[in-house]
Design a protein. Structure first.
Length: 316
């Protein structure tokens, strides 16, 4: 009778422990606090022209003062025409000409400041989105780690209880039954700890910063026009044969998807969101951080142009 009671206690204890899974999914997670609080539209005056060569052919003087890369940047920001105008104003030494020169210089400076602000704004949103995904992923990881620790501890406890029980039982058959039962229960808990619990959490992103890069079109106007132009113009990439956007997508395919994608994953990452596992959240965070780093590197292009601009058009 004591043997039966001992076996029942061991089985009930292991069953209770294994059954404590709790709620496997988390819904109603706090909303997207990274979306800009104020709706705004990017300036239509800062759109680049499609055919920069024809514009420069009409006025080749700019090529004497700026490198081809700086002129590409100027076109991206949408200031090629004002640059041509200030170039004409340089030779006008009259009072009216000097005033016009200062007005144009200030206008160009304002545009450059706005470009820097737009770049920092989209980079900050990418950073926030990456942190948001990583934070929820870390939360799910922590819940999994706590589950593993509990199962491991109870596996050890069951093993200890089984050992003590077998020493207190004099009957050989009873000892074997108790030992086998306890061993199986302890091993079962150990095996359970080796497998993930596949918890998921609701993670929504209706303003999806990754979607335009993956599908190659920014229909919602998420990115500033000059940033989108730079990302999709192959002259801004290091190899000058494929665009930055193409290179980013290719790296995602290789390093995040191992050259294999499926519809469910694509819908989750590049759609409006859904139920995410921890691994998917970390993948999303990695992609956002890679995109953020790439966009922040445009600061180097802006710095090169601003230095040339200050040298060519000093304050008077």
């Amino acid at each position: 009778m004591k043997v039966v009671q001992t076996v029942v206690v061991i089985l009930l204890l292991s069953g209770c422990i294994a059954g404590k899974k709790g709620n496997s999914n988390y819904k109603n997670v706090p909303g997207n606090y990274c979306v800009p609080a104020v709706a705004f539209h990017y300036s239509t005056d800062m759109k680049p022209v499609n055919n920069i060569d024809s514009l420069l052919d009409q006025d080749p003087s700019l090529a004497k003062h700026f490198s081809s890369h700086d002129l590409l940047l100027a076109n991206a920001v949408g200031i090629l025409t004002p640059l041509q105008q200030i170039q004409v104003g340089m030779v006008d030494t009259s009072l009216t000409g000097k005033v016009r020169y200062l007005e144009l210089r200030q206008r160009l400076s304002d545009w450059l400041i706005l470009a820097v602000t737009e770049l920092q704004s989209i980079a900050a949103e990418l950073d926030c989105e990456g942190e948001r995904a990583d934070q929820l992923g870390a939360y799910l990881d922590d819940r999994h780690d706590k589950r593993v620790r509990k199962l491991t501890v109870w596996s050890v406890v069951l093993g200890a209880v089984t050992t003590v029980a077998t020493t207190l039982i004099n009957n050989d058959n009873a000892q074997k039954i108790t030992g086998i039962t306890g061993g199986v229960a302890s091993a079962g808990l150990g095996i359970m700890s080796a497998f993930p619990d596949n918890r998921k959490a609701e993670f929504m992103h209706r303003r999806n910063l990754l979607r335009p890069l993956w599908y190659g079109t920014d229909s919602l106007g998420i990115y500033p026009p000059f940033i989108w132009y730079i990302l999709n113009n192959k002259q801004f990439s290091n190899n000058h044969t494929t665009s930055i956007a193409y290179n980013i997508k290719n790296r995602w395919l290789i390093y995040e998807f191992d050259n294999h994608t499926d519809k469910n994953t694509l819908d989750l990452l590049f759609g409006e969101g859904g139920m995410y596992k921890a691994d998917d959240l970390h993948t999303r965070a990695n992609m956002l951080n890679q995109l953020q780093s790439t966009i922040r590197s445009v600061n180097q292009d802006l710095q090169s142009f601003i230095l040339s601009f200050r040298e060519e058009y000093p304050q008077r």
